[in-house]
Write a protein that binds this ligand. Sequence first.
Ligand SMILES: [Zn+2]
Ligand SMILES: [Zn+2]
Length: 554
Amino acid sequence: MAQDLVFAPLGGVGEIGMNAGLYGYGEGPKRRWLMVDCGVLFGDPAMTPGIDLIMPDIRFAKAQRANIEALVLTHAHEDHYGAVLDLWPELGCPVYATPFAAAMLEAKRVSERGAPKIDVRVIPQGGRFTAGPFEVEFVAVAHSIPESNALAIRTPAGTVVHTGDWKIDLTPVLGPATDEARLRAIGQEGVAAVIGDSTNALREGFSRSEKEVAESLKELIGSAPGRVAVTTFASNVGRLRAVAEAALACDRQVVVIGRAMHRALEVGRMLGYLEGIPEFLDADAYGYLPRDKVVALMTGSQGEPRAALARIANGDHPMVALAKGDRVIFSSRAIPGNEKAVGRVINGLIAGGAQVITDRTHFVHVSGHPHREELATLYGWLKPQLVVPVHGEELHMAEHLEAAKSAGAGSVARVRDGQMIRIAGGPAEIVDEVVSGRMLKDGRVLIYATEPTISERRKLAFAGVVSVALAIDQSGDVAGDPDVRFSGLPPRDDEGTPMLEVIRDTVLDCLDGLARPRRRDAALVASAIERAVRAELNLVWGKKPVCHVSVLGV
Ligand SMILES: [Zn+2]
Ligand SMILES: [Zn+2]
């Protein structure tokens, strides 16, 4: 059998988030593996109540632990590295990352109770390392966080370019532009396959530059009569730098509010990305600075209820308030699913008198992902034999396929989470399937999404819970009154009868309907009562709550 190169995504294909993929080289069970990225997906309160973070099910990688050479992180966005602290103990392999990603991971580790010490090896952009049969080169690409990389992964079967998240930005605010010369050179060597970012495949033309956003922000900060608050993704250090430069030019001082933003700025400063920028002030300075001398940088651009901006919008931040004439700039776009939460924050701010500027009316944000012309440009440089779209929903990936075809890619192929596709050393086709799925971080505990926890929680949210406890004596009579409790039910039915009474009567009627000898069978009584209570509530209320019945024989 030929030594082929395969790719098996465990997450990130069909959803934007929880990116994790495995490249395998070798023969069947003797394959060696290289894992790329290990990220999270943010939970949707309606679909996964109580769950903040969703992670890929990496059982397959765990089973291959002895054969995994390394985990490589393309960049420090949560959807690419957010699951490392939780899942790395299952892998135990060396983790390769740039200085920024390594420092962000370390900063997160020290702030998380019980987080493991990880074997991180720092590789600069442009650097290379070898792990088993894989020779990996970090190629600098522009994105919306410092030190984003495409990976050129060379194997004896051929070279695959894993684009990571990227765009073409000729004038980034921070760090190098996408390394066209290296990518062209890699294209000259020959590229068997590109595994590429589909996020913005629906958008025509080229994305605009961070430099242009910086200029626009400078105008908006310069023309503001009162205070200015700017919110954006904490990790977009280039954008934060642009705001700080604008503040400096307008003779305003920068106050930083929010833990995640402090953390990213500390790492950015340590690595020299804030050279020439004065020290930032903490939230306590906000109160004493004149209104036209302050720019507040804060977290909460996605409407997160615990972040600084949501608290300010609600008027319950201990140190920061906004008033009539103050300007709030959302230098961001709501991630799909967050629109309502962002809308609530915006409405709260406007109700409080602030002027709110978003990307709907002003040029205050650019995406970090390639539009169609950028995809075509990249395929022109790399001339890949095969393009496989990832990092997108079905629609994005379908558009990416079309864009790749019209850009002259040799061939295109689809892969889904849990499939294994051959990308070099033989025909491009699905060759196997691997275990895949989702894990949910529930409080401090990781559970499989297939466990009943969350569907139970959704049922509780929809119709509440009733519990009934009763004791039956030797002769089959109820000892005392049945104990009935409920949560999440309306207090009375639409005729005004208290729900407690409805349930208690149902329990007693149900017992009356059972022959005495049968009432000594606790399991039988419990299931009869459960059925009766749910049926009666369905009749009077139209919903069937969860119902727990305990029957004790005395
Ligand atoms: Zn991403
Ligand atoms: Zn990213």
